[in-house]
Ligand binder design. Structure first.
Ligand SMILES: *Cc1c(COP(=O)(O)O)cnc(C)c1O
Length: 399
């Protein structure tokens, strides 16, 4: 199935006033090369076919849409449906854009793919895609995260990627970004920096969105076929914003469909321990692009926190910023407590253990379904499965 060629961004990579390329001229040339190669290759049948075949035979697409009957009855009100990205090979939506990026890197004759990872989800998905495509993969990861995320670290090693422990600074994601980026700058001609969400300089917000838009294209057709109408509300969690853009893109023209992105409120919006960038942030630049930011008075990124480390980013995808400003998408939050409750409720009523990231969207749906009509519907993008979170939650709840 072809992915969606949405009309944004403009040729400079802007979605309204967000996005762009806030980078040195030398790097701008490289990014423009990537954009040219992408625009050229995505129009070829060979690329489209290879990606479509991998989506089907490797990832297991299309992922089903599932009516969560017991959860809907429990909440009372609107019917709640799940787009099951948790059933993809590697257990989340990230494989959708990692396959696209690895294929593009190979097409461009790059010899190495580089990235950072926080919790290890992007690292595992990318190492998987690189093993498949046959290209060298190097992942930078903070030492603290390496200790915390043992299963993902082991998987990356098994998949044959070079794991570089980062011992500077806070020894977490931010320093891993700096470390991986420095390595990339040593040889940007032969290496490819694979960004893990709809963030970073142009063309990454566009490319990652396009590779993810398969989620919404499938979901729209599946829902129409199953229900004979479109959902009233579609919702997804927002970290950088890739799974949300993946779902939303195919529905942007459907004015009757309300779209809601859910950010992590962590310990509360009135505490410093959250990552609700669109809700509380202000305009600024981060990692090569302009967006809403959680920043201090000097424009430095603030530390962010939530129970789902995959959502903890002080910036957010530029298209989300634009969609917020034009009010096409509404952005809400769910806190750690609601998220844990949604995690357990979905597990016990449906036998589906969601990723803590995805549980934020489930929490929002559970909050509003009760006030909706029985014949109304909510579609949640269940971006990933919760195997990675099971031990943590069990310990936290004393199970
Ligand atoms: C990484 C991750 C996210 C957050 O990334 P987005 O780019 O905001 O989608 C959400 N859910 C899961 C399961 C993830 O692994």
């Amino acid at each position: 199935m072809p992915y969606n060629f949405a009309p944004m961004p403009d040729e400079n990579g802007y979605f309204g006033e967000y996005g762009g390329q806030i980078i040195p001229p030398q790097l701008k040339e490289i990014m423009d090369d990537i954009n040219d190669a992408y625009e050229q290759v995505r129009q070829t049948d060979a690329f489209e076919q290879e990606l479509a075949e991998l989506n089907t035979d490797y990832t297991g697409r299309p992922s089903p849409i599932y009516f969560a009957r017991r959860l809907s009855e429990h909440v009372g009100g609107a019917g709640i449906f799940l787009k099951r990205e948790d059933l993809n090979h590697t257990g989340a939506h990230k494989i959708n854009h990692c396959l696209g990026e690895a294929l593009l890197a190979r097409h461009m004759g790059k010899t190495k793919v580089l990235a950072e990872t926080g919790a290890g989800q992007h690292g595992v998905a990318l190492a998987t895609a690189c093993a498949l495509v046959g290209i060298e993969c190097e992942i930078h990861m903070g030492e603290i995260d390496i200790e915390k995320e043992h299963p993902n670290v082991t998987k990356m090693k098994i998949l044959g990627c070079k794991l570089v422990p980062v011992s500077r600074g806070t020894r977490t994601l931010k320093d891993a970004v700096d470390s991986a980026f420095e390595e990339y700058l040593k040889d940007p001609v032969n290496s490819f920096y694979a960004i893990g969400s709809v963030v970073g300089p142009h063309p990454f917000p566009k490319m990652v969105r396009d590779f993810q838009s398969i989620v919404g294209i499938e979901a729209r057709a599946q829902f129409l076929e199953k229900q004979g109408k479109l959902p009233d509300i579609i919702t997804a969690c927002v970290g950088g914003g890739s799974n949300a853009m993946g779902l939303f893109t195919a529905f942007l023209q459907d004015e009757a469909v309300k779209m809601v992105g859910v950010e992590p409120a962590g310990l509360g919006l009135d505490t410093p321990d959250n990552a609700a960038t669109l809700t509380l942030g202000s305009k600024g630049a981060i990692h090569g692009f302009e967006c809403y930011n959680l920043q201090d008075e000097e424009g430095n990124p603030l530390p962010v926190y939530s129970i789902a480390s995959g959502l903890d980013y002080p910036g957010v995808g530029p298209q989300h910023c634009y969609l917020k400003d034009i009010k096409r998408v509404q952005y809400e939050t769910a806190d750690d407590k609601e998220c844990l409750d949604a995690f357990m409720t979905l597990s016990r009523l449906e036998g589906i253990i969601p990723a803590l990231e995805s549980a934020h969207a489930v929490a929002y749906a559970m909050r509003i379904a009760g006030s909706m009509d029985k014949n109304q519907t909510i579609l949640i993008n269940l971006s990933g499965r919760g195997d990675k979170d099971a031990d943590f939650v069990a310990e936290k709840l004393g199970l």
